[in-house]
Design a protein around this ligand. Sequence first.
Ligand code: URA
Length: 435
Amino acid sequence: MSAVTVIAKKRDGGALSPEEIRWLIEGFVAGRVAGYQMAAFAMAVFLRGMTPAETAALTLAMRDSGRVAKLHGARGPKVDKHSTGGVGDKVSICLAPLLAACGVRVPMISGRGLGHTGGTLDKLEAIPGFRVDVPLSRFERLVKTHGFALIGQTADLAPADRKLYALRDVTATVESIPLITASILSKKLAEDLDALVLDVKVGRGAFMKTLPEARALARSIVSVGRAAGTRVSAVLTRMDVPLGRTVGNALETAEAFEVLLGGGPDDLVECTLALGVEMLRAGKLAKSDARAEALLRKAITSGRAAAKMEALVAAQGGDPRVVREPDRLPRAKHQSAVNATRSGVVQDIDALAIAHAALRLGAGRTRADQSIDPSVGIELVKKPGELVKRGEPLACIHAKSRSAAEAEAAAVLDAYRVGARAPRPQALVIERLRG
Ligand code: URA
């Protein structure tokens, strides 16, 4: 076998065998296959696609390029959630302790934000002292003790994905369904899961802008997951408007805690419960959706979900008081209201425009090596369907200085559409795909 023959076979539209794919990935990680050859391979896959069997082989080869967590001592089904990324998406921080409180084991390995979408790790690092750089052995112990853990990708987890993604990022080969499928699933399958629930965000604030694209990705991940022996289901959720009322790391973490304490914005609660129902069903801990939702609500009202979060924050080095006392999270020096210039009903908020404003304030990064400011962001005082009077606040900008807030005021105002008529209500959950 040689890299040239494998690349040429894919270039000419052939289907690769599992042995050819594994040989290529192992060679790439060991340094026998050069980066330029892997980039050519990625472009061949981008142009020619892959069969489900090839995608499954690629996923497993990438998973096996590193360590796979061992959670067999943990009681209960092991189920995780993966979101394709959105604006204001802090669901993981609500969902993991909530499901742990219901008896599911949630070994959650998350990523950082890049570009307009936020990352769970950045939100968690807003908690004073909280450590996400936890080795796999300690991660396994945390999951066994607390029922869940929230950590970042370790160097020994699916290293082939990290190396390949770095090449795809600079060779215009990110937007390929088989490559995205293998990238997402290789990392998730390394968590030793029984089941995975995928939140595929659809809309202008999402990676997948249209329903056909989102469906294609969801179907690919569900079928490859099944071929690899893991139950995968998907929920397609709307991402045209930011989720919840906050965008920015500390603001979002505080909002996620509100949900655990029984409050929080309706759309965030709805998204959390919808994904929680799928996770309980996938873990076979509830026989119906109604029963699953009742279990989740009980875990919140009983205080068990918040207590789970407090225990984990302490175990990962953070100050557990932040869960009930959000004032302990970093707060930006300057807050500035963005007022409505007309009276009416909020019809729309452009998630992408809000995300870009938050990014410029310092809440996110455009390059992986940039640092972020956990305290800055945007609070959406009004959401679609709500009335506003001229001169009343639509949003509040949290910034490091008055001038930084003023620089984004026009962009935030422009992201809002206020009109005479209420917008047509749109369901947050578009459809479900059960594997
Ligand atoms: N997220 C990933 O983890 N990998 C991709 O390829 C795209 C999005």
